[in-house]
Design a protein around this ligand. Structure first.
Ligand code: DCP
Length: 630
């Protein structure tokens, strides 16, 4: 359900940037001879030429649509180039597109707060940059304005797209007496054009954008003029824009809620909602949703652009249509193995590259029963704490599947007859950054005895802990594809990019930001809770990350302990000494856990403990044991 958020009285400048026919552009960059040619990207499944997942604009002109299969597209446009999506482990491999998306994000984030919303779209809060521009070089002071800015579409301006159009847009941009809020938008239009040009220059990709005072309007506008164009929504045009907008086109109204408005209230356009009072809408749909609907009818939306350049979750999934539906446990297990291996690789890349740890594993499946009439029943999504390593992920995923299957089938019934799985996915979520600039392994591992924690470590763990508590308070019960790095064979259009942002997600994100803020404060050495300052810090300013450095301060102890360990005769007191130094017992580290650590930490550990590597015994079975809050 959507959540109403009060809109700030200050005027904001928000942009939504969406790549044009994204997968096609990525493929065209790889094979430049395809540029300007009708091109589409198809699913690797070759049945009827494969399902189209991205269609270039040249092919669209010839009538090719995403709902078609390759064979049909060939009939409509015989010269079309069909590129098969890369495949790995029997399913689509989206890495090339994900990486291309990251390239774009790194450019778009240069001018303000940037929220990566999906594989190919971002929101930007450009308010500060626009205010600065308005103060220093307002558009009316500019002698010339870039042609690309003049091509902008400004809703509510009467222009017909010819040369006259540019004149009218120029006048609007440079109107000294314009509404101050629209002047800010004019600055936003200049900034977004500049960013889009940088994206083109540096990546060869084109994108389209919407520029408005909030996320909802910016998202609506970005799709209005594509490809390679931008649309501005001045305040005065909002009423007209929404008046005739079909209710289902509005973000979050594409599903059940939109249908209910149509069927139960006869509301067909967003403007139709205006005749209902806030109280009436609250009576009908609850306080939150009622207020959200009332605001939406007026183009009001207080949702913030969250600072997020990395995905919120990782998912790996596969759809099994028609005869390929899975009917046996062993076929489910085989596919889970593929999905878990892919997920595991991505988790490791995230850990190595971004120093982030995922905490929750969720299994989701779509199923139907062939033997009874209860076909509408949903297969329950199941979650558990995430353990790193493909084998452990698989073990847990199988358990989650079996738990879900038991619930899905009548508990008294026979679970081995009459079910088919049409979709299977594993998702890693609750991804939390490990504080950067750590100076000792103790920041990676938890101490055994809370009394022995350094205060800095304790602060980190505490903030981590409260963060997780808050997060779990808003636990998602369903898997959504928006804002996550999802590797699905084909994203189901019915679940759409638009309708994915649930209230839970909305509630989760600000909490992540709190965490990020804490981490930033910690790593900057500022604003750490006062008890940290009472103790001597474990790290000198300017030190690089190194457990060696940490251990050097205890080198004499280390020498004793190491040789004792090599001789296999560690006494109790020596062992305790080690615990004091390290904060945990060395011989409790699971070898596989060490392998899961960022490479530089592994190298440091192995350099220190060459013999130990061979005989490490288990403490916990997963890296998550060490990273989880007490
Ligand atoms: N995608 C997919 N399956 C779908 C829809 C999309 O795999 N059912 C992939 C391919 C798209 C990319 O996601 O290139 C982005 O999807 P968009 O909906 O943004 O569509 P495009 O970028 O392809 O085109 P447009 O220019 O209309 O935004």
């Amino acid at each position: 359900m959507p959540v109403a958020r009060p809109e700030s009285s200050d005027s904001r400048v928000i942009a939504h940037v969406d790549m044009d026919c994204f997968y096609v552009q990525v493929e065209q960059r790889k094979q430049p001879h395809l540029r300007g040619q009708p091109t589409a990207v198809v699913q690797y499944n070759s049945w009827q030429g494969g399902g189209l997942i991205a269609v270039g604009y040249e092919a669209r002109k010839d009538g090719v649509k995403r709902s078609m299969r390759g064979d049909e597209a060939k009939k409509v446009c015989p010269q079309i180039h069909l590129i098969t999506v890369p495949v790995a482990r029997g399913k689509a491999d989206l890495n090339i597109y994900r990486n291309a998306g990251s390239e774009v994000v790194s450019i778009l984030s240069r001018k303000g707060r940037c929220e990566r919303a999906s594989i190919d779209e971002v929101y930007l809060d450009l308010t500060d940059a626009a205010e600065k521009l308005l103060k220093e070089t307002p558009p009316e002071s500019l002698e010339s304005i870039h042609e690309e800015v003049l091509k902008s579409h400004v809703l509510g301006l009467n222009s017909n797209g010819d040369d006259n159009h540019k004149e009218i847009v120029k006048e609007w941009l440079q109107n000294k007496n314009g509404d101050p809020r629209d002047k800010l938008l004019a600055c936003g239009a200049l900034i977004v054009t500049d960013l889009r040009l940088q994206v083109l220059q540096e990546t060869q990709f084109t994108c389209s954008a919407g520029i408005a005072h909030n996320k909802m309007l910016a998202k609506l506008a970005s799709g209005m003029n594509k490809p390679a164009q931008q649309t501005v929504v001045p305040f005065s045009s909002v009423k007209d824009l929404l008046e005739l907008l079909p209710i289902k086109k509005m973000k979050q109204l594409g599903g059940k809620l939109g249908s209910s408005l149509q069927v139960d209230l006869g509301v067909n356009t967003v403007g139709d909602l205006l005749k209902y009072s806030e109280e009436k809408l609250q009576d009908l749909y609850g306080v939150n949703t009622g207020t959200w609907l009332w605001n939406t009818a007026r183009g009001m939306n207080g949702e913030e652009v969250e600072e997020r350049l990395l995905p919120k979750s990782h998912a790996s999934g596969k759809t099994f249509r028609g005869p390929s539906a899975l009917k046996t446990l062993s076929s489910v297990e085989n596919w889970l193995k593929e999905l878990c291996e892919e997920l595991s690789e991505r988790l490791h890349t995230d850990l190595e590259t971004n120093k982030r740890i995922a905490h929750t594993l969720t299994l989701h499946a779509d199923a139907y029963k062939t033997t009874d009439t209860d076909s509408h029943k949903k297969f329950p999504s199941k979650s558990c704490p995430l353990r790193y390593g493909a084998g452990k992920l698989l073990e847990d995923a199988i358990n989650l599947f079996q738990g879900g299957l038991r619930e899905y089938m009548n508990p008294m019934g026979n679970q081995f007859c009459g079910w088919k799985i049409t979709n299977l996915s594993v998702t890693a979520s609750k991804i939390i950054a490990i504080p950067s600039g750590t100076s000792s392994i103790t920041k990676y591992f938890h101490c055994q005895d809370p009394g022995e924690k350094s205060d800095l470590l304790s602060t980190l763990n505490d903030s981590h802990e409260s963060e997780l508590k808050m997060e779990f308070g808003g636990e998602q019960s369903t898997i959504t594809h928006d804002e996550s790095e999802t590797s699905f064979d084909r994203i189901d259009l019915s679940s759409g990019h638009e309708s994915c942002s649930t209230s839970n997600q909305n509630e989760l994100q600000p909490k992540l930001s709190i965490k990020e803020t804490k981490i930033n404060h910690l790593s900057n050495g500022k604003n750490i809770r006062s008890n940290v300052h009472k103790r001597k810090p474990t790290k000198e300013k300017g030190e690089t990350s190194s457990i060696l450095r940490f251990l050097q301060t205890n080198s004499s102890q280390l020498g004793q302990t190491s040789s004792a360990m090599e001789g296999g005769s560690l006494t109790k007191s020596q062992n305790r000494q080690t615990t004091n130094t390290w904060g945990y017992n060395l011989d409790e580290i699971d070898q596989s856990v060490v392998d899961e650590l960022p490479r530089e930490i592994q190298e440091e550990l192995y350099a220190l403990l060459p013999r130990k590597k061979a005989n490490m015994v288990k403490r916990g079975s997963s890296i998550a044991h060490y990273f989880s809050p007490k």
